[in-house]
Design a protein around this ligand. Structure first.
Ligand code: V47
Ligand code: SF4
Length: 374
């Protein structure tokens, strides 16, 4: 951020506190939790956009990443009862599914010629499926698609599948790594504040254990993503507390590739009475996340959750990654009411979204190795 921009800020009548945050960001100084909360409370959208763009520029320049991927969702049968979930079903209930290894391998095979570089695998916590089952699944997919990277299983699924096999997390992650696991997705983090967590997902893996599973993955050389579910009961101090816990772990391990804010979608779940956040709030949340998480390289707008239009807008608020082509292979967000009811994006659509916003489109693999830059 140039000194001209800083002097414009100082002439614009913003408070000394906000000006001091802008100066810190300009000189690569980390902001405190209190300053993060203040940005949420008092930062105007144009102000936040300038600061977030400054941070994204220093880390990623004008590059915006995307990849070619599909999702596999082995089952929506789940032992947990997260109150925000529109997707979970009980065994035998209408609308439940449980796909076997053969079905899932066939679904992967159906995309073998489409040029995908990643398969993202997440689902419910099925009571009868342990880490050996999922290692077999990874092994079978790797056999037929050896060049495709497998980003699979939230920390919540890892926790349960290892415990069902009476295996510790480190041994379980090593088994999955040997079977082809390349990275963990960021799901299951929800909101780390323990009081809120007990209200929205009481039986899920706790916050400390979620962080510990990611720490163990990083120590084993498995990079991971991170998420935050927002727009559900929390206030700004809870969001900053969540970001602070991620920033602290990242200082320790450096293993997080990306942070993905997940907007609460309210269709057909136990929190349907809660209004969804506004687009303004979503953009503010991207910007403050970018400014606060100075040590996580990528900020992703997951378009099947937020919609393509807002995903494109978010590029002006620090976002540098739009995720992938998806090819209509995920149901989590369509079942929760996203405007993207059959999420598909061609590579040319993603490139148009990125270039249309004035950035350079870069196709990446799961680990952010550049495949192709426009
Ligand atoms: O953990 C479930 C969230 C997550 C709702 O790592 C909901 O690249 C909002 O983590 N409203 C799973 N959110 C999805 C996920 C993810 C998605 C895309 C990319 C990556 C990545 C990770 O979905 C769950 C939960 O936080 N979720 N229901 C809902 N109604
Ligand atoms: Fe199960 Fe995941 Fe839904 Fe929670 S969010 S009920 S863990 S499928």
């Amino acid at each position: 951020m140039s000194s001209a921009v800083l002097s414009l800020f100082s002439q614009s009548g913003i408070s000394n506190e906000l000006l001091s945050i802008a100066e810190k960001v300009a000189s690569d100084e980390r902001i405190t939790s209190g300053e993060g909360v203040l940005l949420f409370q008092e930062g105007s959208l144009p102000f936040l956009s300038v600061l977030a763009d400054d941070v994204r520029h220093k880390i990623n320049g004008k590059q915006v990443f995307f990849n070619r991927n599909i999702h596999l969702e082995p089952t929506n049968i789940c032992v947990n009862h997260c109150a925000f979930c529109s997707y979970r079903r009980k065994k035998g209930e209408e609308g439940c599914w449980e796909l076997g290894i053969g079905d899932l391998v066939q679904m992967a095979q159906d995309h073998a010629l489409s040029g995908i570089t990643e398969i993202h695998i997440v689902g419910g916590v099925h009571p009868d499926r342990d880490v050996y089952f999922y290692a077999d699944l990874l092994r079978e997919i790797s056999k037929i698609m050896p060049g495709v990277q497998l980003k699979a299983f939230t920390a919540v699924e890892i926790d349960a599948m290892c415990s069902f096999a009476s295996m510790d997390i480190k041994t379980g992650l090593n088994l999955l790594k040997e079977a082809g696991l390349v990275s963990l997705p960021g799901g299951g983090a929800e909101i780390f504040d323990e009081t809120l967590r007990s209200k929205i997902c009481p039986d899920k893996t706790g916050s400390a254990e979620w962080l510990n599973i990611h720490r163990t993955a990083h120590q084993l050389g498995i990079p991971t993503n991170s998420t935050m579910l927002y727009g559900l009961l929390e206030d700004y101090t809870h969001r900053i507390d969540h970001l602070e816990r991620l920033r602290t772990l990242q200082d320790e391990t450096g293993g997080f590739n990306a942070f993905i804010p997940l907007k609460f979608r309210h269709y057909n779940n136990r929190f349907s009475h809660i209004e969804e956040t506004t687009t303004l709030e979503d953009l503010k949340n991207y910007a403050v996340s970018r400014i606060f998480l100075d040590n996580i390289p990528h900020l992703k707008a997951y378009w099947p959750m937020i919609g393509k239009k807002v995903a494109q807008l978010s590029l002006a608020f620090g976002v540098d990654d739009l995720d992938g082509t998806i090819d209509d292979t995920t149901k989590i967000y369509s079942m929760a009411g996203s405007e993207e009811q059959s999420p598909v994006a061609t590579t040319s659509q993603l490139i148009e979204m990125i270039e249309g916003a004035g950035f350079i489109a870069v196709e990446r693999d799961t680990l952010y190795k550049v495949i192709r830059s426009a």
